[in-house]
Write a protein that binds this ligand. Sequence first.
Ligand code: NCD
Length: 305
Amino acid sequence: MKHLISPLDLSVEELDELMNVALDISKNPKKYAEVCHGKKIATLFYEPSTRTRLSFEAAMMNLGGNALGFSSASSSSAAKGESVADTIRIISCYADICAMRHPKEGAALVAAMNSSIPVINAGDGGHQHPTQTLTDLMTIRTLKGHLDHLTIGLCGDLKFGRTVHSLINALVRYSNVRFVLISPDELRVPSYIRHDVLEANGAEYQEVSQLEDALPKLDLLYMTRVQKERFFNEEEYIRMKDCYILDTKKMTLARPDMLVLHPLPRVNEISVEVDKDPRAVYFEQVQYGVYIRMALILKLLEIQV
Ligand code: NCD
Protein backbone atom coordinates (compact mmCIF):
# COMPACT_ATOMS: atom_id res chain seq x y z
CA MET A 1 0.00 0.00 0.00
CA LYS A 2 1.14 3.51 -0.78
CA HIS A 3 1.11 6.53 1.52
CA LEU A 4 2.26 10.09 0.86
CA ILE A 5 4.38 11.31 3.75
CA SER A 6 7.13 13.22 1.93
CA PRO A 7 7.23 14.63 -1.62
CA LEU A 8 10.07 12.17 -2.26
CA ASP A 9 7.61 9.27 -1.95
CA LEU A 10 6.74 10.08 -5.56
CA SER A 11 9.33 9.83 -8.33
CA VAL A 12 9.63 12.62 -10.89
CA GLU A 13 7.86 10.32 -13.39
CA GLU A 14 5.02 9.63 -10.95
CA LEU A 15 4.70 13.36 -10.28
CA ASP A 16 4.46 14.02 -13.98
CA GLU A 17 1.77 11.37 -14.40
CA LEU A 18 -0.15 12.81 -11.46
CA MET A 19 -0.04 16.31 -12.96
CA ASN A 20 -1.23 14.91 -16.30
CA VAL A 21 -4.22 13.30 -14.60
CA ALA A 22 -4.92 16.57 -12.70
CA LEU A 23 -4.83 18.45 -15.99
CA ASP A 24 -7.27 15.98 -17.55
CA ILE A 25 -9.54 16.35 -14.51
CA SER A 26 -9.52 20.13 -14.95
CA LYS A 27 -10.56 19.75 -18.59
CA ASN A 28 -13.06 16.88 -18.19
CA PRO A 29 -14.51 17.04 -14.68
CA LYS A 30 -17.65 15.07 -15.68
CA LYS A 31 -15.58 12.03 -16.63
CA TYR A 32 -14.40 11.78 -13.00
CA ALA A 33 -17.62 12.77 -11.23
CA GLU A 34 -18.62 9.28 -10.02
CA VAL A 35 -15.38 7.29 -10.02
CA CYS A 36 -15.12 7.23 -6.21
CA HIS A 37 -18.76 6.41 -5.59
CA GLY A 38 -19.06 4.68 -2.19
CA LYS A 39 -15.54 5.73 -1.08
CA LYS A 40 -14.78 7.86 1.95
CA ILE A 41 -11.92 10.11 2.91
CA ALA A 42 -11.27 10.84 6.60
CA THR A 43 -9.69 14.22 7.32
CA LEU A 44 -7.97 14.11 10.70
CA PHE A 45 -6.90 17.65 11.47
CA TYR A 46 -5.24 18.28 14.83
CA GLU A 47 -4.22 21.80 13.67
CA PRO A 48 -6.19 24.65 12.05
CA SER A 49 -6.74 24.56 8.30
CA THR A 50 -9.07 26.04 5.70
CA ARG A 51 -7.70 25.11 2.30
CA THR A 52 -6.02 21.80 2.91
CA ARG A 53 -8.86 20.11 4.79
CA LEU A 54 -11.66 21.50 2.65
CA SER A 55 -9.79 20.86 -0.59
CA PHE A 56 -9.35 17.19 0.34
CA GLU A 57 -13.05 16.95 1.16
CA ALA A 58 -14.03 18.83 -2.02
CA ALA A 59 -11.65 16.61 -4.04
CA MET A 60 -13.32 13.41 -2.77
CA MET A 61 -16.80 14.86 -3.29
CA ASN A 62 -15.90 15.93 -6.85
CA LEU A 63 -15.02 12.27 -7.46
CA GLY A 64 -18.43 11.12 -6.18
CA GLY A 65 -17.23 10.04 -2.71
CA ASN A 66 -17.86 11.28 0.81
CA ALA A 67 -15.83 12.87 3.58
CA LEU A 68 -15.82 12.61 7.36
CA GLY A 69 -13.42 13.76 10.04
CA PHE A 70 -12.55 16.31 12.68
CA SER A 71 -11.01 19.74 12.43
CA SER A 72 -9.35 20.21 15.81
CA ALA A 73 -7.57 18.05 18.36
CA SER A 74 -9.96 19.26 21.03
CA SER A 75 -12.95 17.75 19.24
CA SER A 76 -11.29 14.33 18.84
CA SER A 77 -10.31 11.66 21.37
CA ALA A 78 -6.78 13.14 21.32
CA ALA A 79 -8.23 15.43 24.01
CA LYS A 80 -8.74 12.29 26.15
CA GLY A 81 -5.19 11.13 25.50
CA GLU A 82 -5.67 8.72 22.57
CA SER A 83 -2.51 8.11 20.53
CA VAL A 84 -2.24 8.71 16.78
CA ALA A 85 -1.50 4.98 16.37
CA ASP A 86 -4.79 4.01 18.03
CA THR A 87 -6.82 6.69 16.23
CA ILE A 88 -5.65 5.53 12.81
CA ARG A 89 -6.55 1.90 13.60
CA ILE A 90 -10.09 3.09 14.32
CA ILE A 91 -10.27 5.33 11.25
CA SER A 92 -9.12 2.42 9.07
CA CYS A 93 -12.50 0.78 9.88
CA TYR A 94 -14.47 3.85 8.80
CA ALA A 95 -12.75 5.22 5.70
CA ASP A 96 -10.83 4.15 2.57
CA ILE A 97 -8.12 6.82 2.73
CA CYS A 98 -7.14 9.55 5.17
CA ALA A 99 -5.42 12.93 5.24
CA MET A 100 -3.81 13.92 8.53
CA ARG A 101 -2.45 17.23 9.83
CA HIS A 102 -0.67 17.21 13.17
CA PRO A 103 1.54 19.66 15.10
CA LYS A 104 4.21 17.00 15.72
CA GLU A 105 6.87 16.22 13.15
CA GLY A 106 6.61 12.54 12.14
CA ALA A 107 2.96 12.08 13.21
CA ALA A 108 1.81 11.13 9.70
CA LEU A 109 4.60 8.57 9.44
CA VAL A 110 3.50 6.99 12.74
CA ALA A 111 -0.05 6.91 11.40
CA ALA A 112 1.08 5.26 8.14
CA MET A 113 2.95 2.57 10.09
CA ASN A 114 -0.23 1.64 11.94
CA SER A 115 -2.75 2.08 9.17
CA SER A 116 -4.52 -0.34 6.86
CA ILE A 117 -5.61 2.52 4.56
CA PRO A 118 -3.43 5.02 2.62
CA VAL A 119 -2.33 7.98 4.75
CA ILE A 120 -1.61 11.40 3.26
CA ASN A 121 0.50 13.82 5.27
CA ALA A 122 -1.41 17.12 5.24
CA GLY A 123 1.33 18.85 7.28
CA ASP A 124 3.39 17.54 10.21
CA GLY A 125 4.62 20.35 12.44
CA GLY A 126 7.41 22.38 10.86
CA HIS A 127 8.52 19.39 8.77
CA GLN A 128 6.73 18.60 5.48
CA HIS A 129 3.57 19.39 3.54
CA PRO A 130 3.72 17.25 0.40
CA THR A 131 0.27 18.01 -1.02
CA GLN A 132 0.96 21.75 -0.89
CA THR A 133 4.07 20.93 -2.90
CA LEU A 134 2.01 19.00 -5.45
CA THR A 135 -0.21 22.08 -5.69
CA ASP A 136 2.82 24.35 -6.13
CA LEU A 137 4.40 22.11 -8.79
CA MET A 138 1.13 21.88 -10.69
CA THR A 139 0.77 25.69 -10.60
CA ILE A 140 4.34 26.26 -11.80
CA ARG A 141 4.18 23.61 -14.51
CA THR A 142 0.85 24.88 -15.82
CA LEU A 143 1.67 28.58 -15.77
CA LYS A 144 5.39 28.47 -16.62
CA GLY A 145 5.28 25.38 -18.82
CA HIS A 146 8.22 23.66 -17.11
CA LEU A 147 9.77 22.85 -13.74
CA ASP A 148 13.42 23.08 -14.73
CA HIS A 149 15.59 26.09 -15.63
CA LEU A 150 14.04 28.39 -13.04
CA THR A 151 15.33 30.86 -10.48
CA ILE A 152 13.05 30.58 -7.48
CA GLY A 153 12.95 32.99 -4.55
CA LEU A 154 11.56 31.63 -1.28
CA CYS A 155 10.81 34.42 1.15
CA GLY A 156 9.76 34.71 4.78
CA ASP A 157 9.79 32.04 7.46
CA LEU A 158 12.09 29.47 5.90
CA LYS A 159 12.85 27.92 9.28
CA PHE A 160 9.38 26.78 10.35
CA GLY A 161 7.64 26.89 6.96
CA ARG A 162 6.97 23.25 6.07
CA THR A 163 5.72 24.18 2.61
CA VAL A 164 9.17 25.61 1.87
CA HIS A 165 10.95 22.46 3.09
CA SER A 166 8.78 20.20 0.95
CA LEU A 167 9.03 22.41 -2.13
CA ILE A 168 12.84 22.52 -1.97
CA ASN A 169 12.93 18.73 -1.55
CA ALA A 170 10.85 18.30 -4.68
CA LEU A 171 12.52 20.94 -6.87
CA VAL A 172 16.14 19.91 -6.37
CA ARG A 173 15.36 16.93 -8.62
CA TYR A 174 14.84 19.16 -11.68
CA SER A 175 17.77 20.46 -13.68
CA ASN A 176 19.09 23.98 -13.45
CA VAL A 177 16.81 25.17 -10.66
CA ARG A 178 18.47 27.94 -8.63
CA PHE A 179 17.21 28.96 -5.21
CA VAL A 180 17.37 32.40 -3.63
CA LEU A 181 16.52 31.98 0.06
CA ILE A 182 15.28 35.30 1.42
CA SER A 183 14.89 35.45 5.20
CA PRO A 184 16.14 37.21 8.31
CA ASP A 185 19.02 35.39 9.96
CA GLU A 186 16.72 34.00 12.69
CA LEU A 187 14.41 32.34 10.13
CA ARG A 188 16.99 30.76 7.79
CA VAL A 189 16.21 27.41 6.23
CA PRO A 190 17.19 24.59 8.68
CA SER A 191 20.72 23.25 8.27
CA TYR A 192 19.47 19.77 7.26
CA ILE A 193 17.74 21.33 4.24
CA ARG A 194 20.93 23.22 3.34
CA HIS A 195 23.27 20.26 3.73
CA ASP A 196 21.23 17.12 3.10
CA VAL A 197 18.94 18.50 0.41
CA LEU A 198 20.45 21.50 -1.39
CA GLU A 199 24.16 20.71 -1.15
CA ALA A 200 23.72 16.93 -1.36
CA ASN A 201 21.92 17.41 -4.69
CA GLY A 202 24.38 19.98 -5.99
CA ALA A 203 21.68 22.66 -6.17
CA GLU A 204 22.80 26.24 -6.65
CA TYR A 205 21.52 28.47 -3.82
CA GLN A 206 22.10 31.81 -2.23
CA GLU A 207 20.91 33.16 1.14
CA VAL A 208 20.01 36.85 1.28
CA SER A 209 18.11 39.12 3.63
CA GLN A 210 16.86 41.82 1.24
CA LEU A 211 13.83 41.02 -0.90
CA GLU A 212 14.50 44.06 -3.11
CA ASP A 213 17.95 42.76 -4.10
CA ALA A 214 16.60 39.36 -5.08
CA LEU A 215 13.47 40.40 -6.96
CA PRO A 216 14.92 41.42 -10.37
CA LYS A 217 16.44 37.99 -11.05
CA LEU A 218 13.52 35.76 -10.09
CA ASP A 219 11.25 33.70 -12.34
CA LEU A 220 9.08 32.95 -9.36
CA LEU A 221 8.63 34.31 -5.85
CA TYR A 222 7.21 32.00 -3.18
CA MET A 223 6.06 34.17 -0.26
CA THR A 224 5.33 32.63 3.14
CA ARG A 225 3.73 33.61 6.42
CA VAL A 226 5.77 33.90 9.61
CA GLN A 227 4.58 30.78 11.46
CA LYS A 228 3.32 32.32 14.68
CA GLU A 229 2.27 28.99 16.24
CA ARG A 230 5.81 27.56 16.05
CA PHE A 231 7.55 30.39 17.93
CA PHE A 232 8.61 29.76 21.50
CA ASN A 233 8.09 33.34 22.54
CA GLU A 234 5.61 35.98 21.48
CA GLU A 235 8.13 38.86 21.51
CA GLU A 236 10.29 37.10 18.97
CA TYR A 237 7.26 36.59 16.72
CA ILE A 238 6.25 40.24 16.99
CA ARG A 239 9.77 41.26 16.03
CA MET A 240 9.75 39.00 12.95
CA LYS A 241 6.17 39.14 11.76
CA ASP A 242 6.40 42.02 9.32
CA CYS A 243 9.95 41.40 8.13
CA TYR A 244 8.82 41.24 4.48
CA ILE A 245 5.86 42.90 2.87
CA LEU A 246 5.47 42.58 -0.87
CA ASP A 247 3.72 45.65 -2.22
CA THR A 248 3.13 47.20 -5.65
CA LYS A 249 6.27 49.31 -5.35
CA LYS A 250 8.46 46.24 -4.87
CA MET A 251 6.62 44.49 -7.72
CA THR A 252 8.01 47.15 -10.10
CA LEU A 253 11.47 45.61 -9.48
CA ALA A 254 10.33 42.19 -10.67
CA ARG A 255 10.32 40.79 -14.19
CA PRO A 256 7.11 41.19 -16.16
CA ASP A 257 6.66 37.40 -16.15
CA MET A 258 7.64 36.68 -12.54
CA LEU A 259 4.92 34.66 -10.79
CA VAL A 260 4.02 35.24 -7.13
CA LEU A 261 2.90 32.12 -5.27
CA HIS A 262 1.86 31.75 -1.63
CA PRO A 263 0.53 28.62 0.09
CA LEU A 264 -1.90 30.87 2.04
CA PRO A 265 -3.15 31.92 4.55
CA ARG A 266 -1.70 35.36 3.94
CA VAL A 267 -1.33 37.68 6.92
CA ASN A 268 0.63 40.87 6.11
CA GLU A 269 3.36 39.61 3.84
CA ILE A 270 1.57 40.48 0.59
CA SER A 271 -0.37 43.70 0.56
CA VAL A 272 -3.86 43.27 -0.90
CA GLU A 273 -3.16 45.75 -3.70
CA VAL A 274 -0.81 43.14 -5.24
CA ASP A 275 -3.80 40.81 -5.74
CA LYS A 276 -4.76 42.77 -8.87
CA ASP A 277 -1.36 42.23 -10.49
CA PRO A 278 -1.67 39.46 -13.11
CA ARG A 279 1.60 38.00 -11.79
CA ALA A 280 -0.08 37.22 -8.45
CA VAL A 281 -1.34 33.66 -8.91
CA TYR A 282 -1.92 32.55 -5.32
CA PHE A 283 -5.68 32.31 -5.68
CA GLU A 284 -5.37 30.30 -8.92
CA GLN A 285 -2.95 28.06 -7.02
CA VAL A 286 -5.82 27.05 -4.69
CA GLN A 287 -7.85 25.68 -7.62
CA TYR A 288 -4.89 23.58 -8.83
CA GLY A 289 -4.76 22.16 -5.29
CA VAL A 290 -8.17 20.55 -5.73
CA TYR A 291 -7.31 18.96 -9.10
CA ILE A 292 -4.03 17.53 -7.90
CA ARG A 293 -5.61 16.16 -4.70
CA MET A 294 -8.27 14.47 -6.85
CA ALA A 295 -5.49 12.89 -8.93
CA LEU A 296 -3.66 11.81 -5.76
CA ILE A 297 -6.75 10.16 -4.25
CA LEU A 298 -7.23 8.17 -7.49
CA LYS A 299 -3.60 7.09 -7.47
CA LEU A 300 -3.53 6.00 -3.83
CA LEU A 301 -6.86 4.15 -4.18
CA GLU A 302 -5.55 2.58 -7.41
CA ILE A 303 -8.56 3.72 -9.41
CA GLN A 304 -7.92 3.92 -13.15
CA VAL A 305 -10.17 6.14 -15.23
C1 NCD B 1 0.40 26.16 4.98
C2 NCD B 1 0.62 25.18 6.12
O1 NCD B 1 -0.34 24.76 6.77
O2 NCD B 1 1.77 24.82 6.31
N1 NCD B 1 -0.97 26.33 4.70
C3 NCD B 1 -1.55 25.50 3.79
O3 NCD B 1 -1.73 24.34 4.03
N2 NCD B 1 -1.84 26.01 2.59
C4 NCD B 1 1.10 27.45 5.15
C5 NCD B 1 0.86 28.25 6.39
O4 NCD B 1 0.07 27.86 7.26
O5 NCD B 1 1.46 29.30 6.49
